[in-house]
Design a binder for this molecule. Structure first.
Ligand code: AHM
Ligand code: MG
Length: 332
């Protein structure tokens, strides 16, 4: 019989040598939050029948919006464990402190609880993204500075994809590993060990509707991806796929090879993607899978955040594709 590896077993057998129980258990907490969120997202379409967000359902409970629910689940599963000194979420204006009645720990959790939320109502895949940093301060007070660390200093990062199956994909700096939730037994099972971005790449993903908003270098890059621009020669043909859920677009390109871009725009020079909750964790995974993520001129992992909700242009995927984009931008 084939060896069945649960996420608990994998985390335990592959924890970094420096990891203490605190870190290992933090990954379990996230896996548990993923299961709770998945059970709710699977029922999202029933909201119309059982009550809309903001209304009261038949049990007399007020329905929460799914992204608020996801945010709350992660916070409540992680606030009291003594493993974190601070959290920061895309749903909160300010950093989230550990309630005073609980002990603090050595790590910082940053997360986007439900990314691609515009896709919830139309039954298209959505996701959760997370990053884990070490608390900078030995007193574990948990200050803004602890959250404003560059992606290069991530200890771990990952995402959960709520798609046709629920998957959790993460890295602690020793490769990227994917687990699929078996809903019958309620366990994440190892399904994709040591994911590497394949060559030749298969896809490119960008919202073409913004073409006129891009700078000439980005426009040239997209024409090159399409095969309209022929220099330098590109010995492979790409397909275009764009879901509009970053996790889902990133996941497909991670397995099939390719590049995702959310470029800088004339009206939005920093693009749309958030550095802390979206770009940096995925950049960490891309590098671990042999790829690269850039803001157009340098590595996303080297960008030091100055504000929690800072946005950044994002080009992420197979290294050669992203470096070609940098070359087109440099020659603008
Ligand atoms: P959100 O944080 O409001 O969900 O927005 C982020 C999402 C990403 O998942 C996706 O890549 C992008 O927005 C799509 O934006 P657009 O519709 O402009 O192409
Ligand atoms: Mg988001």
């Amino acid at each position: 019989m084939q060896k069945i590896v649960t996420i608990e077993r994998f985390i335990l057998e592959n924890q970094p040598r420096t990891a203490k129980g605190e870190f290992t258990n933090l990954l379990y907490d996230i896996a548990l939050a993923a299961k709770v969120i998945a059970s709710k997202t699977n029922r999202a379409g029933l909201a119309n029948i059982l009550g809309r967000a903001g209304s009261t359902n038949i049990q007399g409970e007020v329905q929460q919006k799914l992204d608020v629910f996801a945010d709350d689940v992660i916070f409540r599963l992680c606030d009291h464990t003594g493993r974190l000194c601070l959290m920061a979420s895309e749903e909160h204006e300010e950093v989230i402190h550990i309630p005073p009645q609980f002990e603090k720990g050595s790590y910082v959790l940053v997360y986007d609880p439900l990314d691609g939320s515009a896709n919830i109502d139309v039954n298209v895949s959505i996701g959760t993204i997370f990053g884990i940093y070490r608390c900078l301060d030995h007193d574990k007070r948990g200050r803004l500075e602890d959250a404003l660390q560059p992606g290069r200093d991530l200890v771990a990062a990952g995402y959960v994809l709520y798609g046709s199956s629920t998957m959790l994909v993460y890295s602690t700096g020793q490769g990227v590993h994917g687990f699929t939730l078996d809903p019958e037994i309620g366990e994440f099972l190892l399904s994709h060990e040591d994911i590497r971005l394949p060559e030749p790449p298969g896809y490119y993903s960008v919202n073409h509707a913004y073409y006129t908003q891009w700078t000439p270098g980005v426009q040239k890059f997209v024409r090159w991806l399409q095969g309209v621009e022929t220099m330098p020669a590109k010995p492979f043909q790409l397909s275009e796929r764009y879901i509009g859920s970053l996790v889902a677009d990133f996941h497909r390109n991670l397995l099939g090879g390719g590049v995702f871009a959310y470029p800088a725009e004339k009206r939005k020079p920093q693009g749309k993607i958030r550095l802390l909750y979206e770009a940096a964790p995925l950049a960490f995974l891309a590098e671990q899978a042999g790829g690269y993520a850039s803001n157009g001129s340098s590595s996303i992992l080297d960008v030091v955040p100055t504000a929690l909700h800072q946005r950044v242009p994002l080009y992420i995927g197979n290294r050669k594709l992203v470096e070609q984009l940098e070359a087109f931008i440099a020659a603008e």
